[in-house]
Design a protein around this ligand. Structure first.
Ligand code: GLN
Ligand code: ZN
Length: 769
């Protein structure tokens, strides 16, 4: 067995520097690119990644280059490799039982064979994984040779990669029970049946030439999964006892990023017969020594895998030194998580202020940092003094740079009082909002309408100066008019302007607020082929001018129905940006909240009566550790209230949250004190309705009836069923009717058909209730 290299990264962005993978898979889905051509594009991309990583200083033959490619999602890759394809897709299996790419994409996206796997956020990140479905009936068997093929492909190019596979404990801990499973069934109970398939997978990787494999087990850091930490640690003990014993296996690195390993899991892994453990010592602290460490390499995740700051390289070095003191055989430098959460390369950002650039590190710069630290581990600290000194100088410069602190912003925040966070009683608001004249079961949408090729082209042409500001403005007005007319034709009750002017619900605001910068190529995978371009929140935030008022007022002028004003909430603006790390998040959130508060006042002044403040990321940022959750909920809920509490009683305040794990944050959602909350519910077929009913939540609630992550059009019957369920389990006056989320990623045909069905189903249910 080869020794573990002195430095590595836990994973690398796989979408391509210019989103080549997105374009290829989407062309494949549309029928424009056949499977062989798609595979060739993907292989080229993997080769380019390996060559890039080698050029940045990772070794071609020491397993320091991870192979973390995925066509869609790493959890789906692992689930289907071990054969956990839901029964409804069984017809798509090949004759020999293996799972072809077409079945993989069907499970990811849904098609006429069946609805896709559910999708949910990966730990406390904005990356979405597909939730495996596992029941007592699931037959595990090695069903794909994909991982081995990728190893062999690299080998043929002279590179020994370290394949990255989601580990067995995390795979089961993130899974949900199949519909066929009895109540209370726990997927983790299938661990012993799953392990032989992992052992077989390991043997196939060895045969393909892998010397090391990385098994990702971030479940072992979480206190937010249904299995408690002790049960997860126990599962890890059993799993790695078996896999450590497996014949013909590569050396095993168990990687657990995103936070500190639980104490139980740390002891379990230290004692397990594996060769290396990667831990997050960026978020987590350096653990105490543990029984069994002496034979192992510890990969110290000292370089932040999730944010874009160049950070304190000297501090990272110090943590590695500390880690060297706890008794492992050796210590290597690493990232705290996969770099899939950051963009490729700062050097691509010609448009950014060079001063800001000098404070930043994207994936490629982080690889260089890891390589530098690794060299320090081999040659001594002196060898990397120039790198450490340069990083420290940049950090010092950043701390004192103009704009990082703005006296006016700070003075306003310092003057806040408790009253600034409260609206009047809900009952008083309900009475005042009666004047809105809404029917029972009011229908609405979440905000965006399809972002068509026309819209994107117009935006791009405006960006290149091929359209004047007036021309672009005229185009957007025409688009708003079209969307308003369409909603009137469909007979929806509360309208939206469609968000055509927004490239993205966070970036749009970031571009209009002081304290933010936006990138040109800083794409990060969100799910499947979708990527977002997080803005960089680097300084104190303020609003130089109204941001949405002109569009909302124009839309409202076109209709007698109410058109919702549409804002993104402070927590989501933070969650989907790269946020400054030099002050508590709560302080930053309140700065954003005050800017939104002023915007709401301006919208009211312009005659807008219903205003939605989206907080889809409220759940996502919830810390994985229980002890950290109350403080988080305190500042996050507080910032939403600060943003909205200035609204008049007669103004109906909506919020929107995009996940179905309502039960987890129900108290926080209630504490937001919005008048109406829309939430995702369609993929879980309304499961959330029971949680809402049980919780005693008493404000307006719109459980989504249309899964907008799938091209499928829901039928009138299916929507009616969900609505009837909501109308039976909840007081009628509370229930709103809406899709799961915005429609921007959908096409017009399916959108119109779906909305038509939503209105038809609502009318039918109104008759009955
Ligand atoms: N208003 C936004 C939209 O409809 C909300 C999007 C979201 O929740 N992710 O696009
Ligand atoms: Zn949403």
């Amino acid at each position: 067995m080869t020794d573990f290299p002195a430095g590595t990264i836990l994973g690398y962005p796989r979408i391509g520097r210019r989103r080549e993978l997105k374009r290829a898979v989407e062309a494949h889905w549309s029928g424009a690119l056949d499977e062989a051509a798609l595979e060739r594009t993907a292989a080229d991309l993997r080769r380019a990644t390996r060559e890039r990583l080698a050029a940045l200083g990772l070794g071609r033959d020491d397993s320091s280059i991870p192979e973390s490619f995925s066509y869609y999602d790493q959890v789906l890759d692992a689930a289907l490799t071990v054969g956990a394809l839901p029964e409804r897709f069984a017809p798509l299996r090949a004759a020999d039982g293996s799972i072809p790419l077409a079945a993989y994409f069907a499970a990811a996206r849904g098609d006429e064979t069946g609805a896709p796997l559910e999708m949910t956020k990966w730990f406390d990140t904005n990356y979405h994984y597909l939730v495996p479905e596992i029941g007592p009936e699931t037959q595990f068997s090695l069903s794909s040779d994909r991982f081995a093929r990728l190893v062999a492909e690299a080998k043929a190019d002279g590179v020994t990669v370290r394949p990255v596979v989601v580990g067995p404990v995390t795979l089961l801990a993130l899974a949900k029970a199949t519909d066929a499973a009895p109540a209370g069934f726990d997927p983790l109970s299938r661990l012993d049946d799953l392990l032989p398939v992992y052992a077989e997978l390991l043997a196939s990787l060895t045969a393909a030439g892998a010397e090391w494999v990385q098994l990702d087990e971030p479940a072992l850091v979480s206190e937010s999964l249904s299995a408690p930490p002790a049960a997860l640690a126990d599962a890890a003990s059993r799993a790695y006892a078996v896999l450590g014993d497996a014949p013909r296996r590569p050396a095993i690195l168990v990687a657990a990023g995103y936070a500190q390993l639980s104490a139980e899991a740390w002891a379990a892994l230290a004692a397990a017969p594996v060769e290396a453990i990667a831990i997050d010592v960026h978020r987590g602290s350096v653990p105490a020594g543990a029984e069994g460490l002496e034979g192992k390499t510890l990969v110290g995740g000292v370089v932040d895998g999730r944010n874009i700051w160049r950070g304190d390289l000297g501090g990272a070095w110090d943590r590695l030194e500390e880690l060297r003191g706890i008794g492992a055989k050796s210590v290597a430098a690493g990232t705290s998580t996969s770099l899939q959460h950051v963009p490729h390369d700062v050097d691509d950002e010609a448009g950014l202020d060079p001063r800001l650039v000098s404070w930043l590190a994207f994936a490629d710069q982080k690889v260089r940092q890891v390589v530098a630290l690794a060299r320090g581990l081999v040659e001594g600290r002196d060898a990397i003094e120039p790198e450490v000194a340069a990083a420290s100088a940049a950090l010092a410069e950043r701390r004192s740079a103009p704009g990082v602190r703005d006296a006016a912003v700070r003075a306003r925040a310092a003057g806040l009082t408790a009253g600034d966070f409260d609206r009047s009683d809900y009952d008083a608001r309900v009475a005042a909002q009666d004047a809105l004249g809404l029917p029972v079961l009011p229908t609405t949408t979440i905000g965006s309408f399809p972002q068509t090729g026309d819209i994107r082209r117009a935006r791009a042409r405006f960006g290149r100066g091929e359209l004047t500001a007036d021309e672009y403005d005229g185009f957007l007005r025409a688009e708003i008019q079209r969307v308003v007319r369409l909603q009137e034709d469909l007979d929806l009750d509360v309208l939206v302007h469609g968000e055509a002017e927004r490239n993205d619900m966070v970036q749009y605001f970031a571009e209009l607020l002081d304290g933010f910068a936006v990138t040109q190529h800083g794409w990060v995978q969100s799910y499947g082929s979708r990527a977002t371009r997080p803005s960089i929140l680097w300084g104190d935030v303020s609003r130089p001018a109204p941001m949405t008022v002109a569009w909302s007022a124009y839309a409202q002028s076109l209709s007698d129905k109410h058109v919702k004003g549409m804002l993104t909430g402070p927590v989501t603006i933070l969650a989907w940006s790269f946020v400054r790390d030099d002050q508590p998040l709560g302080e930053t959130a309140n700065q954003v909240a005050l800017a939104l508060r002023d915007e709401i006042a301006d919208l009211e002044e312009a005659g807008i009566r219903i205003i939605q403040v989206d907080e889809p990321a409220l759940r996502e940022l919830l810390p994985l550790k229980k002890a950290a959750q109350p403080a988080y909920l305190d500042w996050s809920v507080g910032s939403f209230r600060l943003a909205t509490a200035g609204a008049r009683d007669a103004t109906q305040l909506h919020t929107h949250l995009c996940y179905s794990e309502f039960a987890v944050v129900i108290d926080a959602i209630a504490a937001l004190d919005a008048d109406v909350t829309s939430i995702e519910a369609a993929r879980s077929r309304g499961e959330v309705i029971a949680d809402v009913a049980d919780s005693g939540f008493s404000h307006g609630i719109g459980p989504g009836v249309y899964d907008i992550h799938s091209p499928r059009v829901p039928s009138v019957d299916e929507i009616g069923e969900l609505l009837e369920r909501a109308a039976t389990e909840l007081p009628l006056r509370q229930v709103w009717v809406n899709p799961d989320c915005g429609l921007k990623t959908r096409g017009y045909d399916e959108t119109v058909a779906s909305l038509r069905n939503i209105v038809a189903a609502t009318l039918a249910v109104r008759e009955k209730v």
